[in-house]
Ligand binder design. Structure first.
Ligand code: C2O
Ligand code: CU
Ligand code: CU
Length: 464
């Protein structure tokens, strides 16, 4: 791997890499700043309990750094989007509006949703167009997200700022004794990397990389060098890897451990104690960092390897009410029975514009797989990139939450023994998952390195 820490003027900092793309993160000289919190979107609640929200894409200018504002995209704002809150069993009406000068689509990543409103590449919305999305929430409490998915342009639109969160709540999440005061002890943490040119612009067209566009500057919720101010208590961080291509290895500067309480699709059965947590693009995890025995003035940093992501500053030292985390968070049945003959086999292969699944590149006119609703299937997913230059492909499947049964013949790690919609496929690895589609229609599966998706590392399944 070459050293990309100091990109040369006029050169594409993401260019000319073989294998796993790694542009080194450079600590920003910007002053520390309080973490931006996405607004909680106000919906209209009807007497029958259903809720309506309006979400619009727009262009804007965002002041990330001193100097010029950056030209960006956002939902109901200039960068990123608000949080949509919905409940299990609720009927939801979303009005989606496209105020960009190009087609987009609204994809609800992790939602079990009918395919006609899933917002994949089949459902572009033209400039000034609108679309209505109606569905009933059929899943448990989880932190999900939404982003555009137009054919061939997902990478650029997400990079420019289109991404927002969906919080699903239910009776279980209501009753669990967990930190849940938004912006007090419960924080959304959308982690992204960006590269700013001399004019503070993103310039995706010039810096994009076929194997995943990275930047040298970390942003959390759009904030460079962010901090949060908290009391000495348990702090819940809802981590979202919203980057186009970068993998993160989260840990704490104190080398203390933390607890993962939720994976992509909901709570784990019990808190899992961890020292490091990897998240690939598209993946989420909720963790609890305990600063109960910290004093006023102390801080601990959420790190990615050696790079600082977020400073947790304790500004109020009350007499801690020492509480332990609930021992049971969920009741997911877990049996890890892998099979010798899976129902489906997918092989992810290639790099750059040669990326393919089972030797084929995405074709909107071609259906690759078929399944039936209500039938449990076991899929085996292979990453054939096991030579020099092999790389992790984040596998993502629309419209479902699945379970990981087996990683290369081994039971998955404890923090992957819950609901997942996105998983890392390591070079040379075989992973078996168990999946059941709740809805009929056509759903995408793809690599969540957005440039691989745009280059055709995507297929579609028809569910009947
Ligand atoms: Cu998060 Cu098909 O995407
Ligand atoms: Cu998705
Ligand atoms: Cu990939």
């Amino acid at each position: 791997n070459q050293d990309n820490g100091t990109p040369l003027m006029g050169m594409n900092p993401n260019m000319g890499m073989g294998g796993e793309v790694t542009m080194e993160l450079v600590p920003s000289k910007q002053e520390t700043k309080e973490l931006a919190l996405p607004p909680l979107l106000e919906g209209t609640l009807s007497s029958d309990g259903s809720i309506s929200y309006t979400i619009a894409t727009q262009e804007g200018g965002t002041q990330f750094k001193e100097g010029n504002a950056t030209q960006t995209f956002g939902y109901n704002g200039s960068y990123l989007g608000p949080i949509i809150r919905i409940r299990k069993g609720q009927n939801v009406h979303l009005t989606t509006v496209n105020k960009l000068e190009e087609n987009t689509s609204f994809h609800w990543h992790g939602l079990k949703i009918p395919s006609n409103v899933d917002g994949g590449p089949h459902s572009p919305i033209k400039p000034n167009g609108t679309a209505t999305v109606d569905f009933t929430v059929m899943q448990e409490a989880a932190t999900l997200w939404f982003h555009p998915h137009p054919e061939g342009r997902t990478g650029e639109q997400v990079y420019n700022g289109l991404a927002g969160l969906i919080y699903v709540e239910d009776e279980n999440s209501d009753s669990l004794d967990l930190p849940k005061d938004y912006g007090i002890n419960d924080f959304p943490i959308i982690v992204q990397d960006r590269f700013f040119d001399e004019d503070n612009q993103f310039n995706y067209q010039d810096i994009q990389n076929m194997d995943g566009t990275q930047g040298d500057t970390l942003l959390v919720n759009g904030t460079i060098n962010p901090y949060i101010e908290v009391k000495n208590e348990k702090i819940r961080l809802r981590l979202v890897n919203g980057s186009n291509a970068r993998n993160y290895q989260f840990n704490l500067s104190s080398k203390e451990s933390f607890y993962q309480i939720a994976s992509d699709g909901g709570f784990l059965n019990e808190p899992v104690q961890m020292d490091t947590l990897q998240l690939v693009p598209g993946e989420r995890a909720e963790i609890v960092v305990d600063v109960s025995d910290y004093k006023k003035g102390d801080n601990v940093k959420l790190m990615n390897g050696n790079a600082e992501v977020l400073s947790i500053n304790v500004v109020e030292g009350i007499n801690p009410e020492i509480k332990s985390l609930p021992e049971t968070l969920n009741k997911i049945s877990t049996s890890f029975n892998s099979v010798s003959v899976p129902d489906k086999e997918l092989t992810f292969s290639g790099m750059g514009n040669m990326v393919a699944i089972n030797g084929k590149q995405f074709d909107m006119e071609r259906i690759d797989l078929q399944a039936k609703t209500g039938t449990t299937e076991i899929w085996e997913i292979n990453n054939s990139n096991d030579m020099m230059g092999g790389m992790i492909h984040p596998f993502h499947l629309h419209g479902v939450q699945f379970k990981v049964l087996d990683r290369n013949g081994k039971v998955p790690p404890a923090n992957e023994q819950g609901w997942k919609d996105t998983i890392a496929l390591y070079p040379g690895e075989k992973v078996q998952i168990e999946v059941e589609f709740p809805e009929k229609g056509i759903f995408m599966y793809h690599c969540h390195i957005l440039e691989h998706e745009d280059n055709g590392m995507m297929g579609q399944i028809i569910v009947e």
